[in-house]
Design a protein around this ligand. Structure first.
Ligand SMILES: [Ca+2]
Ligand SMILES: [Ca+2]
Length: 220
């Protein structure tokens, strides 16, 4: 039998304490890189769920976790329009790309995001450095992303493999009507201008399949 001396028992305990401290550290750093998602509301009909590459239409409010102060509100910013963005490709902060998956139109979520998945060590005005942020997001509408052939074909009314501004605009109007969103003509014009400024690479005023399908090589 091996009998531990008092000294080696002390050493053993010390080692255990150090080990525990390391385990705590590892857990702390892991949880630090995790987002927390609270689902606030789910509509009865929740069949169409978001996935990477989808185009999302959402309102969101941003708060600082430390004091609950609001730093952003899409309902009052700019002209109060909800945002359109593609999910999962870095158009929004990483924590939102992660936290808005498997979400259906009409759903509301509260997403708590650590700095490493939000605005980082430096912050981004008005978010201070190293800030944990909380976003309350209301997803209004989802359409299959730009990678989707279905989306393109739906818009390409005359089936000539290019999208004109009119085709895109008509489609947006139709989608808005489906979800009972009423908007001025100028709103649709602004969205179309935005879509074309991002995607019409050769600036010929139409979107080719290739131009529209900008994320086709992205792993989905
Ligand atoms: Ca066309
Ligand atoms: Ca073009």
């Amino acid at each position: 039998m091996c009998k531990m001396s008092e000294r080696s028992v002390m050493y053993f305990i010390l080692c255990l304490q150090i080990l525990n401290a390391f385990v705590d550290l590892i857990y702390a750093s892991e949880s630090n890189a995790d987002i927390k998602v609270d689902i606030l509301f789910v509509p009865e009909n929740c069949t169409q769920k978001t996935k990477k590459g989808d185009l999302l239409h959402a309102h969101y409010d941003g708060y600082l976790a430390k004091d609950g102060s609001q730093f952003y509100c899409s309902r009052s910013a700019k002209n109060g329009s909800p945002h359109w963005f593609v999910l999962g490709i870095g158009e929004v902060i990483k924590g939102l790309d992660m936290g808005l998956k498997d979400m259906c139109p009409g759903e509301k979520r509260k997403i708590t995001v650590p700095p490493s998945l939000a605005f980082g060590e430096k912050g981004k005005n008005p978010v201070p450095p190293n800030a944990t942020v909380i976003f309350e997001v209301e997803l209004l509408h989802v359409r299959r992303g730009p990678h989707s052939m279905e989306a393109f074909k739906e818009m390409d009314i005359n089936n000539d493999q290019t999208l004109t501004k009119e085709e895109v605009k008509d489609h947006l109007k139709m989608e808005a009507k489906k979800i009972n969103v009423q908007k001025e003509e100028s709103y649709f014009d602004a969205v179309v201008t935005d879509v074309f400024s991002r995607n019409d690479k050769d600036t010929d005023g139409t979107l080719s399949l290739q131009e529209y399908n900008v994320y086709e090589h992205d792993e989905l």
